[in-house]
Design a protein. Structure first.
Length: 214
């Protein structure tokens, strides 16, 4: 197994402000996205040719580090190699949704899962089922927003099921996700979204977000 020997060179002048933006939930080295991506470029390039067992371990090791930039790097590695993963890998990555959870990491993982189902449409239901009905609202947020990039390939039965299961959930990040999913799909089929909002009693936040482009 390949050993991970990588450390970011941070910028302490940025760290406090970055931590404050994330409500001081995490420590930061102080690397803004462009600089972080520049420093991690060689590692990302290497990852595309390494064995997947080592890569999964690298992702886990990075995710366990304290500074938030390492969680971002772990997700970047997973995203960089999305076309190499199989369903068993997606199931493995599920664990990170409930580790050090906040909107930034959860939505970045969701983006990677969304890319995966674009390459494996036949596995969309299986990926959805990993998250739907969970006791953890961050996992349910993934289920609601899993199809954000699917456009005409959106499974409306799946989307409806995810939304209605949390229709009355009093959680900002859930209601925001519902509105986000409806807003995104309204770009493809505005009539369907209009009908959905009329047919179902949704929260004020979900309606506001979902009807933005209607």
């Amino acid at each position: 197994m390949m050993k991970l020997d990588f450390e970011f060179t941070g910028n302490p002048e940025n760290a406090a402000a970055m931590a404050a933006y994330m409500r001081n939930r995490f420590e930061f080295i102080g690397l803004k996205a462009p600089e972080r991506k520049e420093q991690s470029k060689p590692l990302l390039k290497l990852s595309s040719t390494m064995d997947l067992e080592s890569l999964r371990q690298w992702i886990k090791t990075l995710y366990e580090r304290d500074e938030r930039e390492y969680q971002y790097l772990a997700i970047d590695l997973a995203d960089k190699n999305v076309r190499r993963w199989q369903f068993s890998d997606i199931a493995y990555f599920k664990q990170f949704i409930t580790q050090k959870s906040w909107w930034d990491s959860v939505d970045s993982w969701r983006t990677m899962f969304g890319k995966y189902i674009k390459w494996h449409l036949e596995e969309k239901q299986a990926v959805f089922d990993l998250f739907f009905g969970s006791d953890n609202f961050w996992e349910r947020r993934v289920a609601i927003n899993l199809q954000l990039m699917e456009k005409g390939n959106t499974n409306l039965t799946m989307l409806t099921k995810a939304i209605l299961a949390d229709q009355e959930t009093d959680e900002f990040f859930i209601q925001k996700a519902i509105g986000w999913s409806l807003r995104q799909y309204s770009k493809t089929d505005p009539a369907w979204v209009r009908h959905f909002l009329v047919a179902h009693q949704m929260s004020r936040l979900a309606v506001k977000e979902g009807s933005k482009y209607l």
